[in-house]
Each structure stands twice: as C-alpha cells, then as structure tokens.
Design a protein around this ligand. Structure first.
Ligand code: ATP
Length: 945
C-alpha cells in the first residue's frame, strides 16, 4: 500500500469527503455476487454487494472478504512437485551413460567403481536440482516485484493496493494506461475508451458509459457500462464497483488457468546449448580414440571402457545451461537492487550491446520537483519566491523601468494574476500536504500540477472545493498537451484549460489584461510565443492558462476554442545530479544518450546542455521538423541529433525505427499509454515504475522502480557485467575440461598408462564444474566494463582468440599434471598408484587455482581484491580441503583408488598446481607496463554502426 489521498480530490469528484461519511455499516464476511451487473443500476449493484458507491469498503471487511472470495488473481496451474523436478535431473543422456557404466562395473564385480559412480550421479542430480530451484525462486521473486497495483477508495480515502487484494464491492478508479484490475460495474466515466482485445478479440477501443442499464442478454462486447479484468484503458477515466474477482471474472472463466511462469531460453542459452552439444560430440570422438589406443596398449577392456565413458561425460559441458540460468537469475536480483527490474531474460544480454539510450526528460533526467518561478499575465511579469512545495513565497512584479522589481505585491490586488492562479489551482488534480515535519511539503499527483497548486496557495487561492464542483473533464494527454475541466464557479459554468503555450494560444481569441478582456492579435500572439521561448531558454517548463465562461443555458460541454488567455507560468525542474554522472558514464562506454521530450525545444536544449547530453553547438529537432522528414531522411540525420522536443508518442516510434535502421541497439523509455508502441519496438523497452502506466509496463523489457536515468545506465553496466561473468565461467569450464581431454589423449598417444582413473575424472568434474563455476557467475562487475565500447550482438561468446587462449591454458594444466605423473611414475608399474594420485591432486588443485585467474581477463587478483568474491574463495577452499581430506583419509583414499603421498609429493603437487594460474596472471601484470611504454591509451569508439 503506498500513497493515500483524500477521495474528495477533484480527480475523483464523485467521492465524498471522509468527514462527511456516515459510519460504515456492518458487512457480512462474504457477499453474493450479482449475476448480471450490467442489467441493474449502480445503486442496486452496490446494495447487493453491501458496498457504498462512493465511499467504498472499510479495510477490515476487505480483509474478511479476501478470506472468503480469495485473492483477485487467475490461478496458476499447479507447480511441478519437487520429487518430479528432482527425478527430471536424472533424465539426461550423460546420466544414463554413467548409470550404464555403473551397471557394467557391477556386472564385472568392480563394486567400488559402481558405488562411486552412483554416488557421483546422485550428487550431480542433487546439485542440478538445487541450482534450478534457486534460479526458479529468484525469477519468481522478481516477477512478484512487478505485480500490478490498483487505486481503490476505502473508507472514503483513495489508496493504492496490490490488485490481487481487491474484493467484490471495492470501489476502484481507472484511467488511461491502466489495466482493468477486476470486473467493474462503472459508477462514473469521462471519455472512457477500453481496448478489449484480450477478452473479445476486438482490436479497436470501445467507448464506455456508466449511465445506461442494459438488457440482461446484451453480449459481452456490447456491455458499455462494464469494464472487464485484463482489458486496457485506452483513454479517459472512470470509477467502478468490483463485481467479480480472480477466477470469477469473465477473463478467469474464459482463460482458465495460467501457465506457470517459465523462463524462455535466451539466445545466449540457445547458442551455448548448441556449443555444448558440438563439444560433446567432439569429446565423444576423442574418447573413442583414447579407448582404441589404450586397448591396443593392453589395458583391461572394462577399465578402458569406463575411463573413456567417464572422460566423455566429464569433459562434455553439460552443466552449462544450469549455471547460466543461475548466473542470469542472480544478476537480475543485483539489477533489482539497483532499481531496474528485468521482465524478460534475453534483455540481460541485449543490455550489454545497447548503443543508444533514448530517455524522457521530466522525472527521468530531471528531479520532477517543480517550482513556479515566473508568471506572465496581461498586466505584467511576476517573479515567485520560495522553494520546494511549501506554500510560502511572494510575488514580485517587474516593470519596464524595473523600479518595482524585487518588491512584493499583494496578489489579491492583481486581478490578472489572481485569475491565472485560479485557473492553475482548479484545472488541477494534485494535492500538496506536509510530509512528516511542517516545513517539508510533498505532492500527491503530477508534480507539474503540484507546483501550480503551491503557487496559487502562495497567493491565498485554495484548490477547488465542493462549492465549486468540477464537472466534465478532458484529461491531460501528452499528444494534445492540454487539459480542460468544467468548473461551477460563482460566475457560472466555466471551462478552465492549461497546457503547452503554442497549443493554448491557438485556442484563444482574447487575453485578460488589467481585469478586462482584449482581443488576442497576431502580433501579441507572436510576442507571447517569443516570451515563452525566452522562458524555456532559461530551462523553465512553460504552461499557458486559459478559460471561458459558458452562457446560461449553454450545454455543459467542454470545447477548447474561443478561450481567454489568463497567463503563462514558467517552472523550474532541476536536472538530477546523478544523471550528469550517468551521462558521462554513457560517453565513456560508447553509448549515446538521447533526450526525447514533450517539452519545449528551448527548455529541452537548456537541460540537455546542463546534463552534457548536448554540446554548445548541438541542435534540437522539434516534432514539427521531424514530421516533415521521410523515414529515410530521418535515418540519415538521426545519428547527429541528441535532443528531440515537442515530440508525440508516434514520433518516438519513428525515432526508434530510424535508429534501428542505422544498426543501433536502442533502449527507449516511456510512461504514457501512447508510448507503448515505441517501448515495444525498442530493443530494450523501459517503463517507469512510479509514473508509468500498466500498459507500458506490460510491453516493456525492463521497469525502473525509481524512474531515474542513472538506473538505466546501472542496468547497462550490470548487463555487461553479467555477460562477462557468463563468459568467465564458460571459459573456466571449457579450459578445465580441455585440460582433462588433452592429458588423457596425449598420454594415450605416447603410450603411457592412463594418468587418471574413471572415478577420479568424475570426481574432478564434480568439484570444479559445480561451485567454482557458479561463484565465477556472481563475480562483482569489473570496474572497467563502462570504459569499453558496447559488445556487438553477433559477437560469439567464445571468439577465436578466446578459444586459442583456452586451449593454451588447458594445455598448461595438462602439462603440469603430466609432469607430476611423469616424475612420480618413472616407468615403474609399482609406482603407478602414487603417480596417478599425484596427477589426480595436481589437476584438481590446478583447476581450482585456475578459477582465480578467470576472474578477469585484464586485471590481476590483488587489484580485484582477494576477498571481493567470497563465494569463489569459499568454493576453492572447500574444494581444496575436501580433495586433501580424501587423500589423507584411508577409507576415502581407498574408494578413489588413490595412494598416500609423501610430504615431498605434496610439495611437488602444490608447486606444479600453482604454475598455470601464475602463467595466466603474469601477462596481466606485464601487459599494461608494456602498453604504457609502447602505445598511448586508446579511448573507446563512440559507437558502432
Ligand atoms: P517528458 O516526455 O520528458 O516526460 P514532458 O513531461 O514535458 O516531457 P509531456 O508530459 O508530454 O512531456 O508534456 C508536454 C507539455 O504539455 C509540457 O511542456 C507542458 O507544456 C504541457 N503539460 C504538461 N503537464 C501538463 C498538465 N498536467 N496539464 C496540462 N498541460 C501539461
């Protein structure tokens, strides 16, 4: 539950004040639903549900009703039980091969081998299950974070509750961009249009009206006095009583049960699965060659067979998909902590390739804390003092000689100022109130409107109250850039309008000047437009205010024409400090930030310059200019424009397409319902968590919980980090597995006995493929990720260069292991068990230590911090201790067919095992020294096309 707002707020005129309420009557713990709510009037529906059409329910009866009627959600199909998920882990080709190997061992009487293989199979399955479970839970938790909220009136107060907590009888408010949270019988409506495609398949929005009572048999698609769960509000606003929830709604009855959330495999996962399969085939072929060679050398057939099978199983990277899922899921949690909720897994990969971030201005790049600074009316230019939302300040009038500048005036003696502020206060839904202490005031609603309320309060003008009841309304819409209400004032019914100056001026025919109305001439209009540009050039957001009284008997309808201009206000909205830092980060990361705003071009440019998005010579493109360009012409200039102003949502879509046509990977923010197509078309569609509409959130790939530009950049950084981590553990796993294959293959080629036994290979696979690989997946993002250019989406996860490095590193591990084996073996069959034990320990330790070297491609361990990845440290320590204990304890040593090592043997093993990681780390130390002496540092390219 978040904000609360008195329900008598003008936004919801049908709701009485809390103080006027009668005491809530006792309600039963459950209610009988109305079978055909569209066929009865609102009062009857309310009576049947024991609800109040304006005051809503009280909190305690809502809680009781949840108990009886259940949560307002479509039930999910039952989840797969844990035992089935566990059993699924064993339904895998490699596991069947291993079980086959265990059975063969048992048949030939190798009981120890059989048991050890089965134990390893069990441990493997268990680890897979735990990893899958953890990843699943992490994804589910993230999904819950994005659960929709709903505005509901309870006990006369407008509050926000999770949509799942709605009950029959609740009084819900909906507006453009909302998803209808339950089935509603409308109580009031203003220009409501609903997109019902989800329910009826109708692709055109349908008009709704609360007034008619329909016939019982009216088909679903024609019930205009109802709004149904899952449909989307396209325009207008309305209030309604919940008549059905969850599975009882029309959607619940039609859709039946929801499938469990299942993460689709990402392109990267698919590519890696393919790579895994290819490697498995390659390893299978090599294992077959080793089998033939060892057999020819006179090896015992059963042992050689087991060895080849184990090698094939161990070296095939079958653990990859599970580790990737968990790395992605944990990465998503990290992003969520940085205020970016990812709704689709593949977006994590795309984030790392983003080359352009298109962002709204208001609230995302600026603080969205508006303060009216200047007001221009017919009789003069006023400066407004005071800061924040506290309604304390003065009006200072300027005059041409500037004699009065700096001297406070009494607003009640300035009729033009008074009228302008009255329009500002009444054509308004925001509420300002003290938060906590008396000096700290906050706004509930749109901050632009909050600033107007505060300015009016400074003059002593309160918001409209019940004596000045508001009637019809044309809500604000970023396409029209205006908002109008019909108010019942002492002078009679009056249209009050506010919006972008150029739009309002076109609607005006007169201007209020010194208390009387003058015609608005073309030259005065031009003068006012220049003035508005001048205000905007000083980074002020400008709104014009206008009105028109309706003659008695005229229809109570809003027509935005023939208005009288009351004045213009200029308000300040400072840029976010953290956005400046984030813009700088974008530049170093080769990502171009672009501002796309509905605001005035001059305001946009001034703020963009302050933030560093635009330079001194940058130009701004307005929606009008954009409109004149063909798609091709737009694509030609799109690389040079960083600020777009007075842009409509459709034009945002064109900008996304033009950027994509130039080969860019585009992230685009949006909040309003009309932004949804652009958000959907972008490679990364970003919705605002606070101000965004449900519809935009639904089509987005990512939701910002703080509406802040810097969170987008943080997400790009994390996205790059996650991708690099995936590369790191894939590198680690493949290089380690390569070392095993190379060792066994070369030994077979030179005619050595197998340096490792089947169960030893399986064991190494268990301790290295599991925990260390996972820990590399949660490596903290490297400091340098934002100094590199974006990754090309087509770039392979294992480039040729990386593949060669892996081969070299795998070769190093194989070489030190072979050395340990050769030193101990000395061509004496009697020393074979000791030599194998030395090889077994050397390769296990070498692989564990090598994980340290995989933490970064360029930065050495001490610089990264020894303890900055405690999971990896823990995994390596545990692996090393278990390995040592296995050899030291006679029972386990016997199980693994190992022999005891002397102190000298241990020193040799450890010394050799440290060599590969040393060889991996040394170039990272030496290379920067060479580079600074040989070539200057290279800045990343701005972007690629
Ligand atoms: P951004 O797209 O960066 O969020 P914005 O908030 O300025 O920019 P819109 O909300 O589309 O964009 O506003 C466009 C213009 O409409 C504003 O410059 C202002 O003149 C006018 N405007 C904004 N809010 C209101 C409102 N509540 N009522 C009337 N007019 C408004």
């Amino acid at each position: 539950m978040s904000q609360t707002q008195p329900a008598n707020d003008r936004k919801y005129p049908h709701v009485q004040q809390k103080s006027q309420l009668t005491k809530t009557e006792a309600r039963p713990a459950h209610v009988e639903l109305v079978p055909t709510p569209h066929a009865v009037n609102v009062e009857e529906v309310a009576r049947a549900l024991h609800a109040h059409p304006s005051r809503g329910l009280d909190g305690s009866s809502a809680t009781q009703l949840i108990e009886h009627h259940g949560y307002n959600e479509l039930q999910e199909k039952p989840t797969e039980p844990a035992w089935k998920r566990l059993a699924r882990q064993f339904n895998d080709l490699t596991i069947w091969i291993l079980i086959g190997a265990a059975v063969i061992s048992a048949i030939v009487g190798e009981w120890i081998d059989c048991l050890v293989i089965l134990a390893i199979v069990l441990l493997n399955g268990l680890m897979g299950f735990l990893q899958e479970d953890r990843a699943g839970r992490a994804l589910l938790a993230l999904q819950k974070l994005t659960a929709p909220k709903s505005r509901v009136i309870r006990e006369g107060m407008l509050i926000e509750v999770p949509a799942r907590e709605l009950v029959p009888g609740d009084r819900v408010e909906i507006e453009a961009g909302d998803l209808v949270p339950a089935d509603l019988r409308l109580v009031h409506s203003a220009g409501l249009r609903v997109l019902e495609a989800a329910l009826t398949g109708e692709s055109v929005p349908v008009d709704k009206d609360h007034r008619p009572t329909l016939h019982e048999t009216t088909p679903l698609a024609e019930r205009q006095n109802m709004a149904y769960m899952g449909t989307a509000v396209d325009a207008g606003k309305a209030g309604g009583i919940v008549v059905a929830t969850g599975m009882g709604t029309q959607l619940g009855q039609i859709a039946g049960m929801l499938d469990q959330y299942e993460a689709e495999p990402t392109p990267l996962q698919r590519r890696l699965n393919r790579l895994g399969k290819m490697l498995a085939i390659a390893v299978g072929v090599i294992a077959a060659i080793i089998f033939t060679l060892q057999l020819a050398r006179g090896g015992k057939p059963i042992n050689v067979l087991l060895l080849s099978i184990s090698l094939a199983v161990a070296a095939a990277p079958e653990g990859l998909p599970a580790v990737i899922t968990i790395a992605l899921a944990l990465g998503l949690q990290r992003m969520a902590r940085r205020n970016a909720l990812i709704r689709r897994l593949p977006s994590v990969e795309t984030l790392g390739s983003v080359t352009v971030i298109c962002s709204d201005k208001t609230g995302t790049l600026t603080r969205n804390e508006m303060t009216v600074r200047e007001i221009v009316v017919g009789s003069g230019h006023f400066d407004v003092t005071g800061s924040g939302y506290a309604p304390v300040g003065e009006f200072h009038k300027r005059d041409s000689s500037r004699r009065n500048h700096g001297i406070a005036v009494d607003a009640t003696r300035e009729p033009d100022l008074w009228q302008a502020l009255t329009v500002a206060a009444w054509c308004n839904h925001a509420v300002v109130a003290p938060v906590g202490s008396r000096d700290n005031w906050g706004v509930i609603g749109d901050p632009t409107e909050g600033a107007l309320v505060v300015a009016a309060l400074k003059a002593g003008i309160p918001k409209a109250n019940s004596a000045h009841e508001l009637g019809d309304e044309l809500p604000f819409d970023s396409q029209r850039k205006t908002m109008s209400v019909l108010a019942c004032t002492p002078a009679g019914l009056t249209i009050l309008t506010k919006g972008a100056p150029e739009v309002i001026l076109d609607m005006c025919s007169g201007e209020l000047c010194g208390g009387s109305i003058h015609p608005l001439t073309a030259s005065r209009r031009k003068q006012l437009l220049e003035l508005s540009s001048e205000l905007a050039g000083r980074a002020l957001r400008v709104l014009a205010l206008a009105y028109r009284g309706l003659p008695e008997g005229a229809p109570a309808r809003i027509e935005e024409s023939d208005l009288i201009l009351a004045g213009m206000v200029g308000m300040m909205d400072p840029p976010r400090e953290e956005a400046k830092v984030a813009v700088h980060k974008c530049h170093t990361a080769g990502v171009r930030p672009v501002m796309i705003t509905g605001d005035h071009p001059q305001t946009a440019l001034a703020i963009a310059r302050e933030l560093g998005i635009a330079g001194a010579n940058s130009i701004v493109m307005s929606g009008l200019e954009l409109e004149r360009l063909s798609d091709q012409a737009l694509a030609e200039v799109v690389d040079n424009v960083s600020v777009y102003a007075r842009v409509s949502p459709e034009q945002k879509l064109r900008i996304v397409r033009a950027l994509k046509a130039r080969g860019h990977i585009v992230a685009m923010t949006g909040d309003g319902v009309n932004d949804a197509p652009a958000v959907k078309a972008a490679d990364i569609g970003i919705a605002m968590g606070i101000t965004g509409t449900d519809v935009t959130k639904q089509v987005s790939d990512m939701v910002l919980t703080d509406d802040n530009f810097s969170s987008i950049v943080a997400a790009v950084e994390e996205g790059r980090g996650i991708y690099e981590n995936i590369q790191k553990f894939v590198h680690y796993l493949l290089a380690s597995n390569t070392s095993e294959v190379l060792l066994m293959f070369c030994a077979a080629l030179v005619g050595w006995p197998a340096p490792l036994l089947a169960i030893q290979i399986l064991w190494i696979n268990l301790i290295t493929d599991g925990l260390p690989a996972l820990a590399l997946g949660v490596e903290p993002t490297e400091p340098g990720v934002m100094s590199r250019p974006p990754r090309r989406p087509s770039e392979p996860i294992i480039s040729l260069r990386r593949g060669l490095i892996m081969l070299w590193q795998g070769g190093l591990i194989a070489a030190v292991t072979a050395t340990a084996f050769a030193i101990m073996y000395r061509q004496s069959e009697a020393r074979l068990p000791v030599a194998r034990t030395a090889a077994f320990c050397t390769i296990a330790f070498a692989q564990l230590f090598f994980a340290f070297g995989c933490r970064s491609r360029t930065v050495v361990m001490p610089k990264l911090g020894y303890f900055s990845n405690p999971q990896l440290l823990g995994a390596i320590l545990v692996g090393a201790l278990v390995q040592t204990a296995l050899i030291l304890l006679p029972a386990t040593r016997h199980l693994l067919k190992a022999a005891p090592l002397t102190a000298g043997g241990w020193v040799l093993v450890l010394g050799l095992a440290l060599l590969p990681v040393t060889f991996v780390e040394l170039p990272k130390l030496i290379w920067p020294l060479v580079r600074t002496h040989v070539q200057p540092a290279v800045a990343p390219k701005a972007s690629f096309k």
